[in-house]
Structure formats: structure tokens, C-alpha cells
Design a protein around this ligand. Structure first.
Ligand SMILES: *Cc1c(COP(=O)(O)O)cnc(C)c1O
Length: 466
């Protein structure tokens, strides 16, 4: 054993090999030295445990693998073949080309982020997307923060801390990802006052629950990811605005996704638009930037100028401030709406608008390409009718008819795992399993991902064939 240990190369011998010299040039000396030491230590322990000594080639390969796994970003691109368009676990909305370019530009050069070019002095970062937001929604003023959860906390804190906030019992819910309305309310220091019942709430319930002395705000939270059906009742936005204004407090609505485009022309139920809420008299509307808006992660706060001014002055606003690249992407995304190009430019809307024949054609191309592979002649492939969903806390219970590729294999779970964890180089593919078949929906797969997707399926299937 001692002789075997002595036969292991030294750190310097390894570092002087062609492979490791090249690796050091690429990733820096320190990282490679670290990897050499770790692998030599491992090799020693293996010898002591009685395993055969690794040769130089095995050692260099292990060192290269170790460096690769250290330098590989943990955040990596995946192919979303689930058919869930705004997939929260897979990064929600993809940005349009215009938004991507705007982000790169904002990141790579100085900008007038907080500088007034006219006055030659300090300006405000909050002017940047505000005009476009007001123009598109009819709001008097707008403020952008980090995400919608932050927008809700800020608004409650600035407008209703230590005061009563009335909310219907049907809206005291968890939206997902740790956003629970009662917890958010507690965090903001507002006092939650529950109104009505889970299924039915009337204006008179608000009137009965209300104490004019301590009332701070009336809040409505959109049913983003659940439905209340059957024997139900809710006052309209206009009725709620009316009662809030009678008692001289703001009416706030957390719209969740918030959309600028009507979803009905795409065969979906109507998702309330930001414009509708503003027009109905809601004083403060909050929405996400990366759900149906199809932009970067952001929280949009829209509404009355005097209230937005109060929010801007609140100390918490500084802690929730958005990055310049976010503002750049948001502005570029909003411009697409202004120019009526949202359904052609913004990925979320392009995917919603994708038509069945186009989807069928792509699924057919996938099928033909796989069938032409002699190694896969035994695999049962088919095109099936199924549905895609919008996801991301919008349009619960709604779906879009789609054509998907289905693969019938002994263990769809094993294949799904192979697709998620492919051999080095190819991007992971996330699929779904339905009635014991693996389903791949072309709606959420970008056209440039077709070839990597097919390679991944082929490799995955070949690895499972005994
Ligand atoms: C999604 C959602 C939120 C959270 O928005 P983020 O932008 O993810 O912070 C809050 N409220 C509602 C109703 C939502 O649907």
C-alpha cells in the first residue's frame, strides 16, 4: 500500500501536464490547484481502502470534471415541454428580443438611470417606465418595485399601517410560493378585518364590519389560482370603490397576474385587465411584471397620483427598488403593447396565440425525425390531443387545446428522469406524464430548441433500451 501511495503523482507533476496547463489557462491556477489537491486526497483514500490506484489519465479526467462542476452555473437553461406557459418553477415569462436587447444595453453602459439630462443633476429612476404604464392603463401615476409581493406589502404599509384593512373571506388565501394574504397583512402591520363568508360576500357585509374611526383601506385580491363556483356572490369593483370613497379611504386591488390584453379572443376566460380596474375606480392596483404581462420580474403599482407619491416617500421603497436592467426590459415590453405588437413579440402571448395546426405540424416533425432513427423503431410514438395551460397564477381551470407528442415506454418516470438529467452538454428537458405516457407539448418549446429536444429524447430512449 505504501508503494502504491508513493506512486501517486505530485501536485506539480499533475499541474505540468498539457491538459492541466490548458485547464489553468481557461479557469485560473487556483481553481485547478484546489481540484488537484482534492482529487489526490481522494485517490489516497481509495488506495487505503484497498481500491486499485487511479492512473494519470483517470486523475486528470477527474480533476477536469471537478473544475467543470465548480464552474458550471447552477442556473442553467432548460427546455420547457410541459405546456405550462408561465411556469413559475422554470422562470415564468421569457423576455422578448427587444426586452433582452434593452437589458444588455442597460447593463453594458452608463445610463441616465437617476440623472436628469435636462437639468444636469440627480433625477429619479422611477420616471422610466411610469409614462408608458400610465398611458397603457389610464392610471394617473405608477411605481415599479421588485415584485408584486413587495408591491402589496409596500402599499399596505404605507397606506394602512395600524389601521383596519377589510377583505372578503373568499380572498384570504395562499397564492403559492409563500404568498399568504393573512401573513402579508400581518407583516405590513395592517389589521385584518374579515368580511362575509367564503362563498358569498355582499356590500352590506363591508358596511357592517367597518369602523370609520380605524378604517385604513379596502382590499380585494384576485382569485389568481383558484375558483369559487356554485352559490357565490361578490360585490363589483365599482361598488367596493364607492364604499371606500364614502369613508374616504383608498380601495386597493391586488390583481396578481394583471394583463393589458384581453384573454377572451384566445379561447380563454376573461382575465381582468389593469385598465378595467383603473376605470372601475380602484385607487391602487398591483400586478406582476413576469406573469401575463410577459416582462421581467417586477411589481407594478398603478393608481392615484397622491397615493403613489406617498408610496414613493416611504422608506421601504428604497429596500424594494428595481434594477436598471429590469426597468429597461419593462419599458421595452410595454412598448410592444403600445405598438400593438404584443402577440407577435412577447413570448407569453406568442405561445398563447399559437394555433393548433402549427402545433400539430411541429409535433409531427418531431415524430417523423424520431421515427427515422433506426435505433428507435420499437418505440411507440403518437400525436395526441391534449391541453396546455397558462399557469403562473392566472386563469385557473382554463386551458388551450394543443397537439403533443406522446411516447409510450415501460417506465415514463425513468425516461422523464433521463430527460431532466441528460449527458453533459445538452439542456435538460422537462416533460409531463399523463396516463402513463410521456407527453411533450410544442407550445412552450422554442423553435430553436427543436434539435436539442430531439437529441435529448433520442439519447434518453437509447439509454433505456436494454
Ligand atoms: C402572483 C401573485 C402575487 C405575487 O406576485 P409576485 O410578482 O410573484 O411577487 C401576489 N398576489 C397575487 C394575487 C398573485 O397572483
Amino acid at each position: 500500500m505504501q508503494t502504491e501511495l508513493r506512486k501517486l503523482p505530485s501536485v506539480n507533476t499533475l499541474l505540468e501536464t498539457q491538459e492541466l496547463i490548458a485547464l489553468s489557462e481557461l479557469h485560473g491556477h487556483d481553481l485547478v490547484v484546489d481540484a488537484v489537491r482534492s482529487e489526490l486526497e481522494l485517490a489516497r483514500r481509495k488506495i487505503i481502502a484497498g481500491t486499485k490506484r487511479d492512473d494519470m489519465i483517470q486523475l486528470t479526467q477527474a480533476i477536469a470534471n471537478r473544475v467543470a462542476s465548480t464552474t458550471r452555473p447552477t442556473l442553467q437553461p432548460v427546455i420547457n415541454a410541459t405546456g405550462v406557459i408561465i411556469h413559475t418553477n422554470l422562470g415564468r415569462a421569457l423576455l422578448s428580443n427587444r426586452a433582452q436587447e434593452a437589458m444588455v444595453q442597460a447593463a453594458s453602459a452608463y445610463s441616465n438611470l437617476e440623472y436628469s439630462l435636462e437639468a444636469g443633476q440627480r433625477g429619479s429612476r422611477y420616471v422610466h417606465a411610469a409614462d408608458l404604464l400610465c398611458r397603457l392603463t389610464g392610471a394617473e401615476a405608477a411605481l415599479v418595485v421588485n415584485n408584486n409581493a413587495a408591491a402589496v406589502v409596500l402599499a399596505l404599509m404605507a397606506l394602512a399601517q395600524h389601521k383596519d384593512v377589510l377583505i372578503s373571506r373568499s380572498q384570504l388565501v395562499e397564492i403559492g410560493g409563500g404568498f399568504r394574504v393573512p401573513d402579508i397583512m400581518a407583516q405590513s402591520g395592517a389589521k385584518l378585518v374579515e368580511v362575509g363568508t367564503t362563498n358569498r360576500t355582499y356590500i352590506r357585509d363591508y358596511e357592517q364590519a367597518l369602523d370609520p374611526e380605524s378604517l385604513g383601506l379596502i382590499l380585494s385580491v384576485h382569485h389568481s389560482n383558484y375558483q369559487i363556483t356554485g352559490f357565490t356572490a361578490q360585490p363589483t369593483l365599482a361598488e367596493l370603490a364607492d364604499i371606500a370613497h364614502r369613508f374616504d379611504v383608498p380601495f386597493m386591488e391586488d390583481l396578481g397576474s394583471g394583463t393589458l390584453l384581453d384573454t377572451a379572443p384566445f379561447g380563454l376566460a376573461h382575465e381582468p385587465t389593469i385598465q378595467e380596474s383603473i376605470a372601475a375606480g380602484v385607487d391602487i392596483v398591483t400586478a406582476s411584471g413576469d406573469k401575463l404581462l410577459g416582462g421581467p420580474q417586477a411589481g407594478l403599482i398603478l393608481g392615484r397620483a397622491n397615493l403613489i407619491t406617498r408610496l414613493k416617500k416611504h422608506p421601504l421603497t428604497r429596500a424594494l427598488r428595481v434594477d436598471k436592467t429590469t426597468l429597461a426590459a419593462l419599458q421595452a415590453t410595454l412598448l410592444a403593447y403600445l405598438e400593438n405588437k404584443a402577440t407577435t413579440e412577447i413570448p407569453v402571448w406568442r405561445m398563447i396565440a399559437a394555433k393548433s395546426p402549427t402545433l400539430a405540424q411541429r409535433a409531427q416533425q418531431w415524430l417523423t425525425a424520431l421515427k427515422s432513427d433506426p435505433g428507435l423503431s420499437d418505440v411507440t410514438l403518437d400525436i395526441i390531443d391534449t391541453v396546455s395551460t397558462v399557469g403562473g397564477g392566472s386563469l385557473p381551470g382554463q386551458s388551450l387545446p394543443t397537439k403533443a407528442l406522446s411516447l409510450e415506454v415501460d417506465s415514463p418516470d425513468a425516461l422523464a428522469e433521463r430527460l431532466r438529467l441528460p449527458v453533459a452538454g445538452s439542456p435538460p428537458v422537462i416533460a409531463r406524464i399523463e396516463s402513463n405516457q410521456l407527453i411533450l407539448d410544442p407550445r412552450t418549446v422554442l423553435p430553436e430548441q427543436d434539435q436539442p429536444l430531439l437529441d435529448a429524447i433520442k439519447n434518453g430512449l437509447l439509454a433505456l433500451i436494454p
